[in-house]
Design a protein around this ligand. Structure first.
Ligand code: NAD
Length: 503
């Protein structure tokens, strides 16, 4: 059993430890917690201390086959269950998960290194909101009647696809899981989730609570590497749809396999989202918006991170000074500590990648790299994967720091003078996930919104994913939408046209 007693609220410490004990080497197939068929495991590390939290199963094609068989066997019964009944069961699952939110938040903080107060509790709450929203949309799985001919009854119906594979990353695993499985299940599909091998336990625990209310096999979660488990899942002949959130490189591989199988895919991939600050913007709100938008409390590990901030040249000096001051006040520390604003990054590999971008920034002529805040000094955190929020200025527009997704606490700040020029620079990216505009001049705001080529554009705010707001990127940020009714209908059902001659 892991020793977290000194770091966690004593009221929940035993329940949190129990989750790791119960899930040690096990994932969820047919409503049972089972080890991988070959018995192999992967250590999951606590990024705040470097200690092993527990081992996760290292699933292979045999585990994929078992999980997909379980989901296939459950499909006819679940698809035939009335939609409102499915919705009621999913709504009940939201209530059960809410009763365990403290424990799940702590498990998530331990395995991801994200701060419990600023990140993990909010993530669990949003995941529950999403489940609740989709549960209430069960009656919206309706078709249309078509005015084809008065003698011929013509209508459409929405039917589930079959077994859906949902492949998750580690950065916001619970929200991203629910964006996929809640609409898939409400629409009558059965699901095999592939949890991230870097942060699988909160995912499996949340799904386990949900699966207990559902017929066996309707919801399965397996854990393994992308190479041995994820690719086998996408390849499996009985998988009728793949919904994936993760990197562009893996998204491309999945798209190729899906093309060969001729099955639908939804892809939520990376981002390099611009934020444009106009001269009239309210600076206090802009600074708070930049910190929220860049997801600094998540160590910048967000696909929608506002990682390119263009500030009007009349404001840029004051913006940088105020942003530095505000970032220096954020507490970097143990993710489980209620005083902590910013926890760790996920892995040593990710930390090294972020540091290599910073080293490149430091080598770039004319660029300045400003690290803000203090790395924690406590001895038990000395091996933790902490990074300071960092502002990089003076970069050429074609620098890799400006063009590639760093997925760390690194924001690039650039000046602008001409509106046409800044919109062109904002749009000059392979990605098109999100964008934000800060001005109280309605004409400028609407002009910018119209011209920004991104899937999620906000003015004077920087919210994350919200239930019922269609979410999804343009260009290499992905394919398809999530979080809305449209997402459930378009991505988790197929439309049948029925034509009945009544003469
Ligand atoms: P990743 O692509 O490395 O892995 C994501 C998942 O895919 C993991 O479960 C992994 O095991 C699996 N996988 C890896 N190779 C596979 C293969 N060949 N076939 C099938 N599955 C495979 O991404 P990550 O490092 O876990 O997450 C970070 C990435 O996720 C970033 O690029 C980020 O932008 C992206 N992301 C996007 C969004 C969005 O909504 N657009 C949200 C969060 C994260």
């Amino acid at each position: 059993m892991i020793n977290i007693a000194t770091r966690i609220n004593p009221a929940i410490a035993p329940a949190v430890s129990d989750v790791f004990t119960q899930l040690q080497g096990r994932h969820l197939v047919g409503n049972a917690l089972v080890p991988a068929v070959a018995g192999a495991t992967l250590d999951v590390i606590d990024p705040a201390t470097g200690a092993v939290l527990a081992a996760a199963p290292a699933a292979t094609a045999d585990d994929v086959a078992r999980a997909v068989e379980s989901a296939s066997a459950a499909f006819p019964g679940w698809a035939a269950t009335p939609a409102r009944q499915r919705g009621k069961l999913i709504a009940e699952a939201a209530r059960v998960i809410a009763g365990r939110s403290d424990v799940i938040s702590a498990v998530l903080a331990l395995e991801t290194g994200k701060a419990i107060r600023t990140e993990c509790r909010g993530e669990v709450a949003t995941a529950i909101d999403i489940v609740t929203m989709y549960a209430g949309l069960a009656s919206e799985l309706k078709g249309e009647t078509l005015p084809f001919d008065p003698q011929i009854l013509t209508y459409t119906s929405r039917e589930p696809l079959g077994v859906v594979a949902a492949i998750l990353p580690w950065n916001v695993p619970l929200v991203l899981m629910m964006l996929k499985i809640a609409p898939a299940l409400v629409a009558g599909n059965t699901v095999v989730v592939k949890a991230s091998e870097e942060a699988p336990f909160a995912t499996i625990e949340m799904a386990r609570l949900m699966a207990e209310l559902l017929p066996a096999g309707v919801l399965n979660v397996i854990c393994g590497t992308g190479r041995d488990c994820g690719s086998a899942l996408v390849e499996h002949p009985a998988v009728a749809k793949v919904t994936f959130t993760g990197s562009q490189a893996v998204g491309e591989l999945i798209y190729q396999t899906a093309a060969r199988k001729i099955i639908p895919v939804s892809l939520e991939l990376g981002g390099k989202s611009p934020m444009i600050v106009y001269p009239d913007a309210d600076m206090t709100r802009v600074i708070a918006g930049a910190i929220a938008g860049m997801r600094f409390t998540r160590q910048g590990q967000s696909c929608t991170a506002a990682s390119r901030i263009y500030v009007h040249s009349t404001l840029i000096a004051s913006f940088i000074a105020q942003l530095k001051d505000a970032l220096a006040k954020l507490v970097i520390g143990d993710p489980l500590d209620e005083a902590t604003d910013i926890g760790t990054v996920i892995s040593a590999r990710q930390k090294a990648k972020i540091e290599s971008y910073l080293a490149l920034g430091e080598r770039t002529a004319g660029a300045q790299v400003a690290r803000c805040g203090e790395i924690p000094r406590a001895s038990h955190l000395k091996d933790g994967l902490y990074l300071q929020p960092t502002i990089v200025t003076g970069l050429p527009e074609d620098s890799p720091l400006m063009r590639e997704e760093i997925f760390g606490p690194v924001v690039c700040v650039q000046p602008w003078d001409d509106e046409d020029d800044v919109i062109a620079r904002a749009n000059d990216s392979d990605f098109g996930l999100a964008a934000t505009v800060w001005t109280h001049d309605l004409r400028k705001a609407l002009r910018a919104v119209q011209r920004l080529d991104a899937g999620y554009v906000q003015v004077n705010q920087n919210l994350t994913i919200q239930p019922n707001l269609s979410y999804g990127g343009f260009r290499k940020s992905g394919l398809g939408k999530e979080a809305s009714l449209e997402a459930m209908l378009e991505h988790f059902t197929k439309k049948k046209t029925v034509v009945i001659d009544m003469r």
